[in-house]
Write a protein that binds this ligand. Structure first.
Ligand code: UDP
Length: 245
């Protein structure tokens, strides 16, 4: 059993990046489909008002913190704290590295027209032996048709990059009828893999300022990011209330 903490009713697994990758590889050896999500403070805040998103997060097999704000929250609250940030993009890159040595197959779902194709081509070049058996853009009308396409090629891993909360809700809704052993919500990762969006320079990542880089490079995110201080404010309130108990 994994050690789980609870941040505003969202479960988060206390794992390092290496432990998370091992966990993903072990899920691939099982028969059922495991959902994996990587919430940041924005997603945790959204789950407070969105029941379907909250349910999806609570039904997942592995939930890791894609945001320094979530790690910080675990340190402010009582109980075990999260050892490090496990960014979804890095988690998937590490999974590619391990899976490239095996026969496990991947399906890329999400992004604008052409992005999943470009991302798949680049990842196959980067990780020799990686097997991507399907690609589909994320602006489709009939969700059931897409599920049929995925069922037809039977991938072991389905990566869903539709942004939150769409990707979490879709995975939770269909995971029992999908042939994949692993379904991961990957947000805008295909854009980064395809080279459309640049990841923050390493210095920003090391200083835990990736969120700030994303804000200055994509200023339209300000509306979403306004949730970060509200999140931290809530965490401080919960911590003060816990101390009073
Ligand atoms: N997207 C999609 N279909 C939709 C809405 C969004 O495929 O109906 C894709 C969009 O093209 C982008 C990703 O979902 O690649 C969301 O990226 P964002 O940076 O918002 O996600 P984050 O990493 O912040 O969760």
């Amino acid at each position: 059993m994994l050690n789980r903490i609870n941040i505003m009713n969202v479960p988060i697994d206390v794992v390092t990046m290496d432990e998370a990758v091992s966990k993903l590889m072990s899920f691939l050896k099982t028969e059922q489909c495991h959902a994996v999500f990587t919430p940041n403070p924005e997603i945790i805040m959204e789950a407070q008002d969105n029941k379907e998103l909250m349910k999806a997060l609570n039904n997942a097999s592995l939930v890791v913190p894609d945001g320094i704000g979530v790690v910080l929250a675990s340190r402010i609250l009582k109980g075990p704290s999260l050892p490090e940030r496990v960014a979804g993009y890095d988690l998937v890159q590490n999974l590619f590295k391990s899976a490239a040595k095996t026969d496990y197959t991947f399906y890329f779902l999400g992004g604008e027209v052409g992005i999943a194709d470009k991302a798949a081509k680049k990842m196959e070049e980067k990780y020799k032996g990686l097997k991507i058996v399907g690609r589909q853009h994320g602006y489709f009308k009939d969700e059931k048709e897409i599920i049929k396409k995925i069922q037809a090629v039977k991938p072991d891993v389905l990566l869903v990059g539709l942004g939150a909360p769409k990707q979490e809700i879709l995975i939770d809704k269909y995971k029992d009828i999908l042939p994949a052993k692993l379904c991961i919500g990957v947000g805008g990762s295909f854009d980064v893999m395809a080279g459309k969006v640049k990841r923050a320079p390493v210095i920003f990542q090391k200083l835990a300022l990736e969120w700030f880089y994303r804000l200055i490079s994509q200023p339209t995110r300000i509306k979403r990011m306004i949730r970060l201080p509200i999140f931290l404010w809530n965490i401080l309130r919960i911590s003060v209330n816990n101390k009073k108990k």
